[in-house]
Design a protein around this ligand. Structure first.
Ligand code: FES
Length: 291
């Protein structure tokens, strides 16, 4: 049984905005019934065609697919199309208080449906959706070469998810996209893509601690390092961390999910502290709190 948060359970049991919008301005359809998860997202815009005033969904999938779709429809209402496009799959997971890593593909599916809907509304070329995709792309706005034939996932899509979520193992890629979770024949190529994407990032200038920082910049950098360098590592082990407060050099964090109450949390705090000292400021002290 998956360890779902109360918010995931609540959105699964009482999903918001289920159904269709017959006169929708934008419709995005992703996934495939043949592969177990599919989502159709409907968006209605205001008279100025500026803001999203209504959103509904139809999905075929597990509890987290329903909860992610429900969350997404709530998140986009009242937003402009550009604001909606800024929603990442991690934002959807965060709205739900987190998703098990094995279920992160549900948040990815939601974000992709949104991109497809908006791309089509804006007249961008999007490959027709094939319900049983028969090895056609599961995410029709993503060009490229199919890497995973079992789930119709392209290299362009995989690179985007690897980069956005800082994925470092083929297993993580399977959890976020399903690619590699069937016959496994694509796993060597997935590993190559991880090396390509993450290697490229590593090959840039090594990140260095800045000489001087304003308080505001320091706080921003602490948040960035936690999001980019720390949380993805914790997710890989089913854990998570929340930034509670920053007070001068003191950074208070609370460990979540598998990290909460873990015997190694003291060690993890020191790892977090060292990373922040290396990349932000050398006087940082990380404190674990129970909030
Ligand atoms: S080709 Fe990717 S799992 Fe089969």
């Amino acid at each position: 049984m998956w360890d779902y948060t109360p918010t995931v359970k609540e959105h699964f049991l009482n999903p918001r905005n289920v159904g269709d919008i017959p006169d929708a301005d934008a419709v995005g359809e992703v996934g495939s019934l043949a592969c177990g998860d599919a989502l159709k997202l409907y968006l209605k815009l205001d008279d100025n065609k500026d803001k999203i005033v209504d959103a509904k969904f139809q999905t075929f999938g597990c509890a987290s697919a329903i909860a992610s779709s429900s969350a997404l429809t709530e998140m986009v209402k009242g937003k402009t199309l550009d604001e909606a496009l800024a929603i990442s799959n991690q934002d959807i997971a965060e709205f739900l208080g987190g998703l098990p890593e094995e279920k992160m593909h549900c948040s990815v599916m939601g974000q992709e449906a949104l991109e497809v809907a908006i791309a089509k509304y804006r007249g961008h070329e999007v490959a027709p959706h094939d319900h049983d995709h028969d090895h056609g792309p599961a995410y029709p706005d993503q060009e490229g070469t199919i890497v995973c034939k079992c789930f119709g996932i392209t290299d362009v899509f995989l690179k985007k998810v690897i980069e956005t979520n800082k994925l470092t193992t083929a297993e993580q890629v399977t959890h976020f996209t399903k690619a590699g979770g069937g016959c496994g024949g694509c796993i060597p190529r997935i590993k190559e893509l991880i090396a390509e994407v993450m290697g490229k990032q590593e090959s840039g200038e090594p990140r260095k601690r800045p000489e001087k920082l304003s308080n505001l910049k320091k706080m921003q950098m602490i948040q960035e390092v936690l999001e980019r360098d720390i949380r993805p590592l914790l997710w890989a082990d089913g854990g998570d961390l929340e930034l509670i407060d920053i007070d001068g050099p003191k950074v208070q964090v609370a460990f979540r999910k598998a990290c909460a109450g873990c015997a190694s949390s003291g060690y993890t705090s020191r790892v977090v502290e060292q990373k922040l000292r290396d990349l932000v400021a050398e006087d940082i002290v990380v404190e674990e709190v129970a909030a």
